[in-house]
Ligand binder design. Structure first.
Ligand code: AMP
Length: 186
């Protein structure tokens, strides 16, 4: 049973690695960013509420993303495992997730931190060219990562769930290190 939470700054390659790993393991890849972008493109109430935050590089309010994740993890395809990408992003969300997983009976999750230096992240994001990848928005997202999300590294370290992976190497090498790290963490 594989249950993995991906941590790491924007641009660390979380999405790419999480998606590939989920395909290999045949388990759902749950990306809150993807779900929000989908809601936005469909102009649902959730999408419209989230848009103002996303455009500025701010975090969407916890209650919105928490409800999304709760609904998604309650679907039956998550029984065989899952990969969470982009959630949790705050300690409040992490505490929410801990309760949710407990109530669902989902235990043994591993937390992978994809470690990449700031300058590499900025360069990668500028090349990606997504709507929220303008330089001022990137800076804001990194600022928020540092203040709100990076405390999760300690949070999971103290809970003995953290696995560190060097994200500053070729895509293939990250994948290999990731697979080894997950296997040896069992
Ligand atoms: P991502 O694709 O993970 O980089 O997410 C894109 C944007 O969606 C972020 O900059 C946030 O505005 C929003 N978002 C995604 N996941 C979360 C989350 N767990 N909490 C709050 N906002 C989120």
């Amino acid at each position: 049973m594989t249950r993995i939470i991906f941590l790491g700054p924007p641009g660390a390659g979380k999405g790419t690695q999480a998606k590939a790993l989920a395909e290999n393991l045949n388990i759902p890849h749950i990306s809150t960013g993807d779900i929000l972008r989908q809601a936005l493109s469909e102009q649902t109430p959730l999408g419209m509420e989230a848009q103002t935050y996303m455009d500025k590089g701010e975090l969407v309010p916890d209650r919105l993303v928490e409800a999304m994740v709760e609904e998604r993890l309650n679907q039956s395809d998550t029984k065989s495992g899952w990969i969470l990408d982009g959630f949790p992003r705050t300690v409040v969300q992490a505490a929410f997730l801990e309760n949710l997983l407990q109530s669902l009976g989902h235990s043994g999750e591993k937390v992978v931190n994809l470690d990449v230096p700031d300058e590499v992240v900025i360069e990668r994001l500028l090349q990606r060219g997504r709507k929220d990848d303008a330089e001022d928005v990137i800076r804001r997202r990194l600022q928020i990562y540092r203040s709100d999300t990076s405390p999760l590294i300690d949070y999971y370290y103290t809970r003995h769930k953290l696995v560190m992976v060097n994200g500053n190497q070729s895509l293939e090498d990250v994948t290999t290190e990731l697979e080894e790290a997950i296997a040896s963490a069992d």
